[in-house]
Design a binder for this molecule. Structure first.
Ligand code: F0G
Length: 368
């Protein structure tokens, strides 16, 4: 069957009807790649799977939520949407709005979003407003505007965003045929960890999911014992949930998760507590290290924030906090594509060697 996007595939689990005008770029259905080189390099017993969300149409997981949020906005008669963003939400909102033929306004923290993302929002013709402040301040403003004017908010506080994003858990279960033991994920505004946890809980109880090992009658019984542990990681300079209080001036080179007061804070804590997982943080150095490993060992180029999930696992393994991993499956959400932020990539690696355009000089560099 030809794939037509996640709303079509999972409509039985989504708040849509036959009348919903589905705005889609055929998002979802992203690869879940086994990462054997990483397993070997890290000397881990985990079976590592990478959920490559950078393969979505605008290059990040946001498209899952945006197909739902924009479809529902159109269904409800809205002609303008608004969001605050560290970049990916704005790129996605702008693209889906263009496709829907509605207006899109985005507020971004000035100087703090990767150029690839800014270029997307601009090319898709959104009204881009750079505020002299951070993401949290921009979110406060758009929330107020959406309350006072007939403009639909499409940040992840919009419940349709979470509905769309939960389908990533469905795909993981459908692909593996079982529920993973651990799920590692970056945490910023905390919508995605909320969505994955909701998705796992819902799908495991579903009689029509692709769970081979689970008879529907057993599903409820196994909800607590076989759901994955949700392992969320913030960047150390932007780790409000870990610190237990908002961070006024968040800092990290992983600009996508440079957030000091996550909107879905409570839901993220619930995912952590119900699953027996953690929300912890990793340093920028640990993030860059994992970022380079993914690209060099697995051919998967992600943006820095995405690598927080792997950085977290490496940190936990090194500190001896991950035991009994034999035959256990760990899924890592790699949230966005590396091409979103090429500046960071170039800053993180050795520059190319420059030589004269001469056969012998090139050979010498190659070492032949
Ligand atoms: N990774 C990437 C690449 C992101 O863009 C984001 C969030 C996250 C992780 C964190 O996900 O917020 O659901 O916890 N980006 C938002 C944006 C905030 O505006 O694009 P979260």
């Amino acid at each position: 069957m030809i794939y037509k996007g996640l709303v079509e595939r999972y409509k039985a689990y989504l708040p849509v009807t036959d009348k919903t005008p589905v705005i889609t770029l055929y998002e979802g259905n992203t690869p879940l790649l086994r990462a054997k080189n990483l397993e070997k390099h890290l000397k881990t017993d985990f079976k590592i799977f990478l959920k490559c969300e950078g393969f979505n149409p605008t290059g990040s997981f946001k498209d899952r939520g945006m197909t739902m949020a924009i479809s529902k906005a159109v269904e409800e008669g809205s002609d303008t949407v608004i969001c605050a963003s560290t970049g990916n939400t704005s790129a996605s909102a702008a693209a889906y709005s263009a496709r829907a033929g509605i207006k899109c306004i985005v507020l971004i923290p000035e100087g703090s979003i990767a150029l690839g993302k800014l270029s997307q929002a601009m090319m898709h013709n959104a009204k881009v407003i750079a505020v002299r402040g951070n993401f949290d301040e921009a979110l406060t403003i758009v929330r107020e505007i959406s309350q006072k004017y007939p403009i639909t908010l499409v940040n992840s506080v919009n419940p349709y965003r979470i509905e769309g994003q939960k389908t990533a858990s469905f795909e993981i279960i459908d692909f593996l045929g079982y529920v993973p033991d651990y799920h590692f994920i970056p945490v910023g505004n905390a919508g995605n960890i909320t969505a994955y946890w909701k998705g796992y809980k819902e799908y495991i109880q579903s009689p029509i999911s692709n769970l081979k090992s689970l008879a529907p009658a057993d599903a409820a019984r196994r909800v607590n014992s076989s759901l994955p542990k949700m392992m969320g990681f913030q960047a150390k300079g932007s780790a409000p949930i870990v610190n237990g209080k908002p961070v006024k001036h968040p800092k990290t080179l992983a600009t996508a998760i440079k957030i000091g007061n996550p909107a879905s804070w409570k839901q993220a804590e619930a995912a952590r507590d119900e699953s027996g997982g953690v929300i912890d943080c990793v340093t920028d150095t640990e993030i860059v290290n994992a970022y380079k490993l993914l690209a060099s060992l697995e051919g998967v180029f992600v943006e820095p924030a995405s690598a927080a999930s792997l950085a977290g696992m490496i940190k936990y393994k090194q500190s001896g906090k991950l035991t009994n991993t034999k035959n256990k499956t760990a899924v890592f959400t790699l949230t966005g594509h590396g091409l979103k932020d090429p500046d960071r990539a170039i800053k993180s690696i050795k520059k190319p060697v420059v030589v004269a355009a001469e056969f012998k000089k090139v050979l010498k560099i190659i070492g032949c």
